[in-house]
Ligand binder design. Structure first.
Ligand SMILES: [Zn+2]
Length: 311
């Protein structure tokens, strides 16, 4: 059971309504949870989301102030809504922007589910806001190294209009992303399973904000990076049984200049060539069919579980 919605985020002004998420092993058969909820006076309110069942109470007692959402444990609905709550909890500025958006929308929608609909818009705004925010004194510190990419741009960050960015595009759809594209969202970072790869558990870790060089990270982003790399590597080792993970950061391909750390599971049976580790050769020529979307979602959900078990 989890507390979600506006009342779950400190600092968000919320209506008195508390949203409780109940995760069940399976939504079918409905009777397993619907009967006890109805006995408690809750009424099933069908919506068109197959991953979600919504219950609320009518009447004037205080229990009418508690809405119940039911979804599948370990499923996408649960992951997206917990990720969104955690994102707001970790980003007070984003929470404040979300608050303003809700105030604007409240005149149009008074249904609790407008919370869900508003999120897509909100995340686009949040990502835009990150682009507009100054990056602090880190970037142009005297004597600091500048990458050719950052020198080319007039501001501290490349605007998405000037340079199309695959990752910023993806982040605009954050609440709707499948598990493979948002394995974890935390402290300004997002983790995705690499596409076009036969390597199970090959991940990328990237900031939600558009950043092209490690030197542009804010102190908060930099502080989150080390623990994230360690936790992700532990999860990848647990799920794939690899010997260790390789971590690489290049971000040189046009359109993919958004900072992204590759986290690559190194197979136990990998044979090093006499001339050196041949890591880049391995990554380029690794054999096998690319994982399907479904396979990548499956690995993503197992990684989430492994991360949850680490606490
Ligand atoms: Zn970007």
């Amino acid at each position: 059971m989890d507390h979600i919605g506006s009342t779950a985020v400190r600092g968000l002004a919320a209506k008195d309504i508390i949203d409780i998420l109940v995760s069940v092993a399976s939504l079918e058969p409905e009777s397993g949870y619907r009967a006890p909820l109805e006995q408690a006076g809750y009424i099933y309110r069908p919506d068109d989301d197959p991953q979600h069942r919504f219950f609320k109470r009518d009447g004037s007692d205080r229990l009418r102030l508690v809405n119940v959402h039911v979804c599948e444990a370990g499923g996408e609905w649960e992951a997206r809504h917990l990720a969104f709550r955690d994102y707001l909890r970790a980003n007070p500025k984003a929470a404040a922007r979300y608050q303003r958006l809700k105030e604007r929308l409240s005149a149009e929608h008074d249904d609790v589910l407008s919370y869900t609909d508003a999120k897509t818009d909100f995340i686009s705004q949040a990502v835009e806001g990150f682009h507009a925010a100054p990056s602090g004194p880190v970037l142009n510190a005297p004597g600091g190294l500048k990458s050719p990419l950052t020198e080319r741009t007039p501001g501290p960050m490349a605007a998405p209009e000037q340079a199309p960015c695959y990752n910023c595009d993806q982040n605009r759809h954050l609440p709707d992303l499948p598990p493979r594209s948002a394995v974890l969202v935390e402290r300004g970072w997002i983790v995705a399973h690499t596409f076009d790869t036969p390597i199970r558990g090959r991940l990328v870790l990237l900031p939600l904000r558009h950043v092209e060089s490690v030197s542009e990270l804010t102190p908060a982003e930099a502080e989150a990076l080390g623990p994230l790399l360690a936790r992700l590597s532990r999860a990848v080792e647990a799920v794939t049984g690899c010997a260790k993970t390789w971590v690489l950061m290049l971000a040189e391909l046009p359109g993919f200049a958004h900072l992204h750390f590759h986290i690559v599971p190194r197979p136990r049976d990998f044979v090093f060539s006499p001339g050196g580790p041949s890591v880049t050769d391995f990554l380029r020529h690794v054999e096998g069919d690319h994982l399907t979307d479904h396979e990548r979602d499956e690995v993503a959900l197992r990684l989430r579980e492994a991360l949850r078990q680490q606490g």
